[in-house]
Design a protein around this ligand. Structure first.
Ligand SMILES: *[C@@H]1O[C@H](CO)[C@@H](O)[C@H](O)[C@H]1NC(C)=O
Ligand SMILES: *[C@@H]1O[C@H](CO)[C@@H](O)[C@H](O)[C@H]1NC(C)=O
Length: 150
């Protein structure tokens, strides 16, 4: 392989295996894609959350650590202040395919729903979603999605 095609391979591999760093907040995994309500999230993108409906969240990632069990944690960050959002399924393993235990480098898909109540105000916020290893408390995955309630 000549050097220019080698460089191209690296470039393409990077493009297709990681979301923008703006959409992650640490976490010991490579996040490959984030879909919010069926829309692929990219840098500068906004997820529209319809009030009175369940929003869907789908993440593809490659774990950088092993984990027997993970807790799902969600915060709505409004004006820089993280507000815990507890009406989600905290049992992270239930949304994972393949399910727990997580094995380093074995790709995973995580699917869940976020209930969006009709009475919430129509504001802009950042959804911070973490999958935390129960044993160590470390974030396996941490993502931040800019969203607009409509
Ligand atoms: C949202 O999901 C919950 C739990 O899966 C379900 O009980 C509820 O009916 C759903 N709400 C809507 C508006 O689809
Ligand atoms: C993960 O931990 C929770 C809370 O301790 C427990 O209810 C659940 O059964 C565990 N899941 C697995 C797959 O071990």
């Amino acid at each position: 392989m000549n050097s220019s095609s080698y460089v191209l391979c690296i470039f393409v591999a990077v493009c297709f295996t990681a979301v923008s760093a703006d959409l992650t907040c640490g976490g010991r995994s490579e996040v490959s894609s984030i879909q919010c309500n069926g829309k692929e999230m990219t840098k500068g993108g906004l997820c529209e959350l319809k009030r009175g409906q369940n929003a869907s969240l789908v993440l593809a990632f490659v774990p950088g650590m092993s984990s027997k069990n993970v807790t799902a944690v969600c915060h709505g960050v409004i004006g820089g202040i993280p507000i815990p959002f507890n009406s989600i399924n905290h049992q992270g393993c239930e949304g994972l395919t393949p399910s727990c235990p997580l094995v380093p480098k074995r790709p995973e898909t995580f699917k869940t729903t976020i209930p969006v109540k009709q009475e919430y105000p129509k504001l802009k916020l950042i959804i911070k979603w973490e999958l935390q290893d129960i044993a160590s408390g470390d974030d396996v995955v941490c993502i931040v999605i800019p969203a607009q309630l409509v």
